[in-house]
Each structure stands twice: as structure tokens, then as C-alpha cells.
Design a protein around this ligand. Structure first.
Ligand SMILES: [Zn+2]
Length: 688
């Protein structure tokens, strides 16, 4: 049952477009009623035009927005007396329709009207809802759906045979509704539902009533029978699933992302596990898409991985996924070749949804949000398939119908509204010491360039704060915090496994975690010496090793950037332990550059000097120790360092982040084994 979310008190003070927004948000709030980005709503009113003449206006949702979050600005007003005459036409191309409707908008500054605008305009009712509810699509995608709908709705509905949205579908529906005065709703084959009302509340109530009638009918038919033919394979225990995924996901990501890369999301929900372990899952998953709106985010079919679940078979699973992706891409190319016109852009051939028996679902996307959306829509598809199979047999859009949607310029227009991708889009970066001054600036800079950033730090609350800030500034899922002591081998493995589980893999490692201590050599304890070496040298080794394993499994190259120090190349008085460990970092980078080259893994170093701002190191005893070494007061250090540089400047965390961003991304594609100084110019540190 979908429950009414209408609150009479909240709605009481609203009129016009505000009430339309309210109704739309209520519809979008329940994804069983309306999937993300799908569906549209409208209201008709009489308003004065720019000359003061009273005219009928259709307020309809704009293209590309989501009902759950629409605002006044998401709707477009059109003069109905300009739109209605179109009903008399016999045919109209999409291009003609879009160009014509652009003239009907009442003024400038509105979004492009929904591609389903004519559905709303041609129906004579004051309020119209078009949604994609699971229960209704279950009927609309069942073999013999029209007869089933008749059992549910009697003669009070109109059945609209599948047509791609556009002029003709709108005309057919308007004429069918006109011919049936009893009609209260339209069931659109392999698509969705249209309802209406004299008031906004009535329209909303009619939408819910239609859905609940269908849902009740489906539930009656499904009673006593398990969905999808019942369980064939039980899910692996959660710990075994996670361990398998941590080992297999990088290879999956490498194969399914092509050269552009992709972000993965894992779904182990009960619905998904039931489906991937079911008797009918393999067959049903390959029938096709249930609704044009699903298809755009999930593709026509998912990849069903041919693998018998076994908790210790990571190699077998990886091989099965790679073979599956290869087969999928070949089939996708054949499918597009069979249907495409010469001018169609070649779509990427990789799956968006990957189903693994016993393990769950992996979805892909250009970012975390897109991967999440594919998962969300496949959940809708599961609900639709369960319903359709309970009624009779699930039928989908045909390959030709699917291709016509995938390559449809108006649908591609919706996707084109997204901003252009940034340099590190589709990339995952892990920054150690990510809660510190330089680490924080690096994390923010990489996220600004489009990367998803794992903020790893010994200071876990600090890492959480940075990650939360990244999500707030750059989008949901763009930052992830992990607590990490880089000297703890097991902790390093866990942190990288977390990154892999969250995003599917890794492309960039920035090793930034640091400490420092200053003392004359006679006063340097062995413990202090060991501590410097273990954090700065061993810590850099451990995270690099973990990163290399993932990068190699992905097979798409990668970038490792060490944040070292001027002290790595210049003898530092009273800082032997720190400087020696920093020198080890730089040499480790050179060795790793040699090892990674053949796999396209670049390893470079940034050598900053005296970055005091925001630094935890400089808040510690180190500041006083360094000041004592130079014979000045601690608060004179900034000026001391500035005067020491050739350029007479203070080096800031953002300056170091800029250099890291360059070495992490494609602009430095041909640079490895290099040291980039960001020190304001320190003569003894000039490379030679
Ligand atoms: Zn639709």
C-alpha cells in the first residue's frame, strides 16, 4: 500500500504553482509512485498575459528535474490556446514539437518543458499527474496486461499501447480518453500511469487509488508464491561477501569502466539478494527494460554473472565478471549496430547493472550519485518484474523500442543538462593525513577537480569532518572518512578495502600523513628515530603497496603522489631523523616509479617547505624546536621562512594542493619519478 502523504494543513495555504509543487513533491517522495527523474505533473489556470489579456496557462514540469525536489523554478508556463490546436494535426516530429512549444512559453527564463508536455495539454482536466508506479507498470508489463487492467479498473480506464513519448502518443491518449467518458485513468503499456482531478488533492488521491488497486490485485495473485520462483542459491554470509568484493571490485571496475573510468556501488539489500539467488533471476534479468525511464539509467539489460557462489573463489568470480563484461560489450555493440542510424553517437557498451549470484548487485556510474541512481532504478525494475510475473509473465520494451529511447535526442537532452565533467571525474583518490593542513587542502582540491576522496587520518573525527565538508560542497558520496594509522599493516589493508567497497577501486594515492621532531643527533632517542622512520618511510611504503595492488588489479594505470619535504634533499640541522626519513620517501618514489611504469602507474613527489598554516605539526613542539634552532621566537617563524625564500613568499597548503592536483591528473600524464618543489625557492634545494 502506498500511503497518502497529503497534509491538509500544509496544503491549505497553497494555491496555483505552489500547490502544484506541493503535490509533485508528495508524489516524488515515495519511489514506488515515481522513480527518480521520471514522471511529470501539471496544473491549468487562467492568467493575464504580457498585454493584460486573460488566457489559459498550462504549468508543466520542466525537463530534467525530479518530482521529489522540484520547486517553482522547475515548472514552465505555456499558453494553452497556442498548444491545443496541435491536437488537430496528424503528425509532428519531435524537433518540430520542441520548436513549436518553445513559442508557447509565456516568457523567458523557464526550463525547457517536459518531453511529455502534450499529454498534459491535450487532456482537458485542470490537474494531471503522470507517474511511473511499480504496481501499475507491473500490470503494464505483464503479458495480457490490458485484460488484467480491465479486471482491476473495469471500464473506467484507457489502455494506451506502447509508443515512444511524443506527439502521437499524446494524441492517441487524448482521443481515447475523450471517447470514454467513464475513464478515470490511463494505463500506458510498458510505461506508466496518467490520472487527473478537478483539484490538486483529487488528482493526487486518484493517483494513489489507482496504484493501490493494482497493488492489491497483484498481491492477491502472488499470495503464497515466493517471488521469482523461490530461492535456488542462498546468499553467502555477509563477511564472505565483503571479503570477496574487496578482492574482486578493482578488476570489475577496470573492466566495466572502459578508458573513461567509473564509480561502483554495491547493493546487498534483501530484495537484491533474493533476486540474484532466485530460480528465475537469470532468465528474467535478460528480458529487457520495463519502462523508458528505467532504461536510461540501467540500460536495456543488466549483466548476469555466470558464477557459482563460493566464498573462497575470488579468482573465479573475477574471471567470470571479466568474461561477462566482454560478452556484454560485444552484445551491446551488436544491438546498437542492428538498430542505429548512421548519425547516432556510439554509446558506451558497458553494463550499468551487474548481478552476482550469492553476492548482490554492483552498479556503475560517472559518480557515486549516478551509480546510486542505477541501483535505485533497478530496485524499481525488480518490483515491476515481481508484479508482472505474479500476474502472468513479464514482457518488456523490445530491443528496437529500447534503442529508440536510448538514442532519442530528447532523452539525451535531459542527460546533457548535467555540467561538463571535470579533470578527475570518475576517479577515486585516497589522501593519508587528510585531516591535516596540507591533506585537507589536497582533499578539497582533488574533490573540486571531480574526484571522489577517501580522507584517511589517525584523527578519525577530523577525517569525518573533512569528508562531510566534501560531500556538502561537491555532492553526496564525494567524500569518505576512514581512521588510519599508516604504520599499522592491518589497518592499512582495512582502509584500502573500505575505499574499494565504497567506490570500487582507486586511481590516486596521495601520501601526506606526517610527523616531525627536532633535536640534535646526540639527543635524538632511538624511539624518536624509529617513530620518524615508521610513519614517514614505512608508512609511505605500506600505503603505496596497498595502492599498487589495487591499481594493478584495475589495469588502468594510476597516480601516486608523495608529499615529502625540502629536507629530503637538503641536510637539515637538528632534524636528522625527520630529514633522513623524508629522503627515504623520495627514494621510495623513484623506485616505485620504475616498478609502476609498465602498468601506467606514475609516482611523483612534491617537496614543500615550511607550510605552517593549518598544520598540526607546526602546532606541536616542532615550532618551538625549530625556532630555537634558528635563535628566534616561535611567532617569528613565518617571517623567517618567508625571508629565507628566493621569492620572499609564504608557502600555503593550497599551493601544495595545486602541485598535487597536477601530478594526480592527466596534465602530468608523461611525468614520473619527478620531484616538484613548492617552497618559494630555496637555493640549496634546487634540483640538479
Ligand atoms: Zn513517462
Amino acid at each position: 500500500m502506498v500511503e497518502s502523504l497529503w497534509n491538509a494543513e500544509e496544503a491549505a495555504g497553497l494555491t496555483g504553482v505552489d500547490l502544484l509543487v506541493y503535490r509533485s513533491n508528495r508524489l516524488g517522495a515515495d519511489r514506488r509512485v515515481c522513480n527518480w527523474g521520471g514522471g511529470n505533473t501539471s496544473a491549468k489556470s487562467v492568467e493575464a498575459d504580457f498585454r493584460g489579456r486573460l488566457r489559459e496557462v498550462l504549468w508543466v514540469k520542466g525537463s530534467g528535474s525530479d518530482l521529489a525536489t522540484v520547486t517553482r523554478r522547475s515548472f514552465t508556463p505555456l499558453f494553452l490556446d497556442d498548444v491545443r490546436p496541435l491536437l488537430a494535426r496528424e503528425a509532428m516530429s519531435d524537433e518540430e514539437m520542441v520548436a513549436y512549444l518553445a513559442h508557447c512559453v509565456t516568457g523567458p527564463g523557464y526550463p525547457r518543458q517536459s518531453i511529455e508536455t502534450l499529454l498534459h495539454a491535450f487532456l482537458p482536466f485542470p490537474h494531471v499527474d503522470h507517474t511511473h508506479p511499480d504496481a501499475i507498470i507491473g500490470v503494464a508489463c505483464a503479458a495480457g496486461g490490458e485484460a488484467i487492467a480491465r479486471e482491476i479498473f473495469g471500464d473506467e480506464f484507457v489502455w494506451a499501447p506502447y509508443l515512444r513519448p511524443g506527439f502521437l502518443l499524446s494524441k492517441v491518449i487524448a482521443e481515447a480518453v475523450q471517447a470514454n467518458p467513464k475513464a478515470r485513468l490511463v494505463v500506458m503499456e510498458k510505461h506508466g500511469l496518467i490520472t487527473w482531478g478537478e483539484t490538486a488533492e483529487e488528482s493526487y488521491a486518484n493517483t494513489l487509488a489507482a496504484i493501490n488497486a493494482a497493488e492489491q490485485y497483484v498481491a492477491g495473485r502472488a499470495a503464497g508464491r515466493p517471488p521469482f520462483g523461490g530461492e535456488a542459491v542462498p546468499p553467502l554470509p555477509p563477511a564472505a561477501r565483503r571479503a570477496l568484493l574487496a578482492r574482486v571490485l578493482p578488476a570489475v571496475r577496470g573492466a566495466a569502466g572502459g578508458s573513461r573510468g567509473t564509480i561502483l556501488q554495491v547493493d546487498e539489500s534483501a530484495e537484491v539478494l533474493a533476486f540474484v539467488g532466485s530460480r528465475d533471476g537469470a532468465r528474467l534479468s535478460q528480458v529487457g527494460a520495463a519502462c523508458p525511464d528505467h532504461l536510461v539509467h540501467t540500460k536495456r539489460v543488466p549483466l548476469w554473472v555466470d558464477w557459482t557462489p563460493a566464498g573462497d573463489d575470488a579468482a573465479g568470480l573475477a574471471a567470470a565478471v571479466l568474461a561477462g563484461v566482454e560478452r556484454y560489450a560485444a552484445e551491446y555493440r551488436a544491438y546498437t549496430a542492428a538498430h542505429r542510424s548512421p548519425d547516432d553517437p556510439a554509446g558506451d557498451p558497458f553494463p550499468r547493472v551487474i548481478l552476482v549470484p550469492g553476492v548482490g548487485m554492483i552498479t556503475t556510474g560517472k559518480d557515486k550519485a549516478a551509480a546510486g541512481l542505477a541501483a535505485q532504478l533497478y530496485h524499481r525494475a525488480l518490483a515491476v518484474m515481481a508484479g508482472a510475473e505474479a500476474l502472468r509473465r513479464f514482457v518488456s520494451l523490445t530491443p528496437a523500442e529500447s534503442y529508440a529511447v536510448e538514442s532519442w535526442p530528447l532523452e539525451l537532452y535531459k542527460l546533457s543538462l548535467a555540467p561538463a565533467e571535470r579533470e578527475l571525474a570518475r576517479r577515486v583518490a585516497l589522501v593519508t593525513g587528510g585531516a591535516g593542513g596540507i591533506g585537507r587542502a589536497v582533499a578539497d582540491r582533488l574533490a573540486r577537480d571531480g574526484a571522489h576522496v577517501v580522507v584517511a587520518d589517525l584523527d578519525e573525527p577530523g577525517a569525518r569532518e573533512v569528508a562531510a565538508e566534501l560531500c556538502k560542497k561537491h555532492g553526496p558520496g564525494r567524500g569518505l572518512a576512514v581512521g588510519l594509522d599508516v604504520t599499522d599493516e592491518a589497518a592499512v589493508e582495512r582502509a584500502f578495502a573500505e575505499a574499494v567497497t565504497a567506490y570500487g577501486g582507486l586511481d590516486v594515492l596521495v601520501a601526506c600523513a606526517g610527523i616531525s621532531s627536532s633535536a640534535p643527533v646526540e639527543e635524538t632517542s632511538l624511539a624518536e628515530w624509529n617513530r620518524n622512520l615508521s610513519v614517514l618511510a614505512t608508512g609511505y611504503f605500506l600505503v603505496s603497496r596497498a595502492a599498487f595492488r589495487i591499481l594493478r588489479a584495475q589495469g588502468q594505470g594510476g597516480a601516486v603522489v608523495f608529499v615529502a619535504s625540502k629536507n629530503a634533499v637538503v641536510g637539515g640541522k637538528n632534524a636528522a631523523a625527520y630529514s633522513t626519513a623524508k629522503a627515504a620517501e623520495v627514494h621510495l618514489a623513484r623506485c616505485l616509479a620504475e616498478e609502476g611504469g609498465a602498468a601506467g602507474i606514475r609516482v611523483n613527489t612534491v617537496n614543500p617547505d615550511a607550510v605552517l598554516q593549518g598544520s598540526k605539526i607546526w602546532d606541536s613542539a616542532w615550532r618551538e624546536q625549530r625556532a630555537a634552532t634558528y635563535g628566534i621566537r616561535p611567532d617569528q617563524l613565518e617571517e623567517h621562512y618567508r625571508q629565507r625564500t628566493v621569492l620572499k613568499v609564504e608557502v600555503l597548503p593550497e599551493d601544495v594542493a595545486e602541485a598535487v592536483a597536477f601530478l594526480a591528473g592527466p596534465r602530468s600524464a608523461k611525468t614520473t619519478g619527478c620531484i616538484l618543489s613548492v617552497d618559494g625557492g630555496v637555493t640549496p634545494a634546487y634540483s640538479r
